[in-house]
Design a protein around this ligand. Structure first.
Ligand code: DGP
Length: 113
C-alpha cells in the first residue's frame, strides 16, 4: 500500500535489519527498541490491524505464530518473551500495518498498561 512504512520495508525501499523472511512474513528489528531484543513480525500483505482479520487472511497469522518460536530461539530468547499487538488509537498503534512486537532479553515488567 502506498505511504505505508512497513509495505516499503517489505518491498525494500526502506531499509531494515531483517531477522527472518519468507514468502508470507518478515521480521526485523524495531527502530525504537523497548527491550534488549525488540523485533517486529509482520505479514507481507497489507492488513491494517486486528479489526481487519477475517477468514480470507487469518492464515498468515497462524503462520506468524508458528514461526515466532523459531525466531525467538534464533534471537536467544530461551527464557521467555512477550508478544504485543497494538490495534487502533486507544491501543496506541502508530503504524497502520498489522505487526507483532516480540520483546525479550530481560525480565519484563508485570503490567501490560
Ligand atoms: P506501534 O506503536 O505498535 O504501531 O509500533 C510501531 C513500531 O514501529 C514502533 O515501535 C517503532 C517502529 N517503527 C516505526 N517506523 C519504523 C521504521 O521505519 N523501521 C523500523 N525498523 N521500525 C519502525
Amino acid at each position: 500500500m502506498a505511504d505505508c512504512i512497513f509495505c516499503k520495508i517489505v518491498d525494500g525501499s526502506i531499509p531494515s535489519k531483517k531477522v527472518y523472511e519468507d514468502d508470507q512474513i518478515l521480521a526485523f528489528y524495531d527502530l525504537e527498541p523497548q527491550a534488549p531484543v525488540h523485533v517486529l513480525v509482520i505479514p507481507k500483505q497489507h492488513i491494517s490491524c486486528a479489526d481487519e482479520v477475517d477468514e480470507s487472511n487469518s492464515g498468515v497469522f497462524a503462520h506468524i505464530f508458528e514461526k515466532i518460536p523459531q525466531i525467538a530461539k534464533e534471537l536467544g530468547l530461551t527464557n521467555g518473551y512477550r508478544i504485543v499487538n497494538n490495534c487502533g488509537d486507544d491501543g496506541c498503534q502508530s503504524v497502520k500495518h498489522m505487526h507483532f512486537h516480540l520483546l525479550g532479553g530481560t525480565q519484563l515488567g508485570g503490567r501490560m498498561v
